[in-house]
Design a binder for this molecule. Structure first.
Ligand SMILES: Nc1ncnc2c1ncn2[C@@H]1O[C@H](COP(=O)(O)OP(=O)(O)OP(=O)(O)O)[C@@H](O)[C@H]1O
Length: 282
């Protein structure tokens, strides 16, 4: 009898695992603890949001996932491997869209990191055009960044990040500098792109509303230093539901958990099952 061929077992488990992560800065004024004992899992296809008040360590956590900061304690793993430094599998989109070099056209901005990674020019151009098309900027390939609106620059930054085909997109308040209307449009476009492509994203915000609209899962962090307050499901919300009673109730509930007396004791709350979105379990 023939031996059956070996089967390749697909990777299981979370894409990103943060376990007991404590992050600190050491400077002239001593040690600043940014996060304390933070654990969470991000699965493939998640729109995972880190939500908390200013200074709770959201950006620091994102930087650590990006490989720019080494945890003081705990571990960060991507696809089961420890994160030891920056890599093209994790691309960060920041709020400062002036991160786009002004002397390069939109297309060259998207091509630049691809070329830096060793891709041939023709392939990089093709890929840049593809992703600019996806964010609705095909007609602006030859434009320079200073001629674009804030929302358009945000779209270029997203196209540039997605063109790198990272395992996870790291977004640090990417829409915070935009006016309210443009911000909503961008949230909508991000949702549409996600539905089309299904990328994985770790998204930092201090806006409860944005977290509910953008995320399918939300990690609530306490004020400085950031500790896990709760983990919630929010996949049922989108911009269309933003005015609904359910959305308002969720918004108020999160507000209480973050700032009020809704604290969930010493044990971090665990993620609620999908059918009990926003239920918090201790
Ligand atoms: N380079 C640094 N050196 C020293 N301390 C820092 C540095 N960067 C941030 N911190 C401190 O670490 C803590 C967490 O900062 P972080 O920027 O991660 O918070 P955040 O939640 O992203 O805040 P915000 O929403 O205002 O951007 C704060 O107390 C901040 O002052």
């Amino acid at each position: 009898m023939k031996t059956p061929p070996l089967q390749v077992v697909p990777p299981t488990g979370p894409l990103l695992r943060a376990e007991h992560v404590t992050l600190e800065y050491t400077g002239s004024r001593g040690v600043v603890r940014a996060t304390d004992d933070v654990s969470f899992d991000v699965h493939r296809g998640d729109r995972f949001v880190l939500l908390g008040p200013s200074g709770c360590g959201k950006s620091t956590l994102l930087k650590a996932v990006g490989g720019f900061i080494t945890p003081r304690a705990g571990s960060l793993r991507l696809g089961g491997k420890p994160i030891t430094g920056p890599g093209p599998d994790r691309i960060v989109v920041f709020q400062e869209f002036d991160q786009l070099p002004p002397w390069k056209t939109v297309e060259n901005n998207v091509m630049f990191p691809l070329l830096a990674g060793g891709m041939k020019k023709a392939e990089a151009r093709e890929r840049a055009r593809h992703w600019l098309g996806k964010v609705g900027l095909a007609r602006f390939a030859e434009a320079y960044p200073h001629t674009l609106s804030g929302g358009m620059k945000a779209r270029v930054a997203i196209a540039r990040a997605l063109a790198m085909q990272p395992d996870i997109l790291l977004m640090d308040e990417p829409f915070a500098a935009l006016d309210a209307l443009t911000r909503r449009t961008m949230q909508e476009q991000l949702q549409t792109l996600w539905e089309e492509i299904g990328f994985t994203m770790l998204f930092v915000t201090h806006s409860i509303e944005e977290a509910l609209v953008v995320g399918n899962r939300i990690l609530l962090l306490s004020p400085h230093p950031g500790r896990v307050r709760a983990e919630l499901n929010s996949h049922q919300f989108d911009l269309g539901s933003a005015g609904s009673a359910e959305f308002q109730a969720a918004n108020e509930r999160i507000h209480r958990l973050l700032f009020g007396d809704g604290r969930v004791g010493e044990t971090p709350a665990r993620v609620a099952p999908a059918h009990q979105a926003l239920a918090v379990h201790s």
